[in-house]
Design a protein around this ligand. Structure first.
Ligand code: BTN
Length: 284
């Protein structure tokens, strides 16, 4: 851990501390030049007793993880790779399923605050600008039963050009620099992210989900769209993404088939069961 006061090569850690309005988030920073995955490091630190709100930040991840076992592109010194240790008093709280969605919302708010970019949220927790992915969230629970720690892993694409992405991401990913037109101070974005995230998590804890749900829907790129959903063990299904349920599920009105006499069914899909959700742009 680097105590506040040292300056890392990339982030300005004293400036980070000065810009924070948080009680606990980011007050203890484990800054690393390289790690396999900040989530893995944070999970180990959480098991070893690191305090609530401690964060792990790295300049590069050699095995950055995305959702559903995918890799997360993590080149040195350009983007934000950050994992937050979030300790939970009651692991049965109704709002726990909202942690990833609220984290995406906080990241969207931080990007708007620092770069004035309008970020939309693709259910459940992808951040999009210009219909391309600018960031993602990977939440992982630490330990087994009785352990009440969630590591919130956040990856934000900050300072790269389109040609810096690997070819499979060129048309799917974007960065703040690409959208904003110039290089952005990662320290300022990270501070805004931590400030917004603590507000969002505190609000969930004290007020429940209703305000978060409304704020999330207001930024949704998914609600109101015709979507194709691939569930884990089934054929893709299509329908209208109608609303978000109180546990963060996506409610989809299926297209009535010829046997249903025009009646339509609403199904609830949960992120753990879904391989992908795509907007239906053209009939194939
Ligand atoms: C996604 O697939 O959209 C989630 C991407 C999450 C990436 C972040 S980067 C920091 C943290 N460490 C990881 O290995 N993954 C998350």
């Amino acid at each position: 851990m680097i105590p506040a006061g040292d300056i890392s090569a990339g982030y300005d850690l004293p400036a980070l501390q000065a810009a924070l309005h948080t009680r606990v988030l980011g007050r203890s920073v484990h800054y690393m030049d390289a790690t396999a995955s900040t989530n893995s490091t944070a999970m180990a630190l959480a098991e070893a007793g690191s305090s609530d709100g401690s964060i792990v930040v790295a300049e590069v991840q050699t095995a950055g993880r995305g959702r559903r076992g995918r890799a997360w592109h993590s080149p040195h010194g350009r983007h934000i790779y950050c994992s937050i240790i979030f300790r939970i008093a009651d692991e049965h709280s109704a709002w726990l399923s909202w942690i990833p969605l609220a984290s995406a919302l906080a990241a969207a708010e931080a990007i708007f605050e620092t770069a004035r970019l309008p970020v939309l949220l693709k259910w459940p927790n992808d951040m999009l600008v210009s219909d391309r992915k600018i960031g993602g969230i990977l939440c992982e629970k630490v330990g087994g039963q009785g352990q009440s720690v969630v590591v919130i892993g956040i990856g934000l694409n900050i300072n790269c050009d389109q040609t810096d992405f690997p070819s499979d991401l060129t048309n799917l990913a974007t960065s703040i620099k690409m959208e904003h037109g110039r290089t952005v101070d990662r320290t300022a974005v990270l501070a805004a992210l931590l400030n917004r995230l603590e507000i969002r998590l505190d609000r969930l804890r004290s007020e429940g989900v209703s305000e978060t749900l409304a704020a999330y829907v207001a930024r949704s790129a998914t609600i109101g769209e015709q979507v194709r959903i691939m569930l884990s063990e089934a054929e893709p299904i299509e329908g209208l993404a109608e609303s978000i349920g109180p546990d963060g599920c996506l409610r989809v009105r299926l297209q009535p088939d010829s046997s249903s006499k025009g009646d339509s069914t609403v199904i609830e899909v949960r992120s753990a069961d879904v391989k992908y959700v795509r907007k239906v742009t053209a009939r194939s």
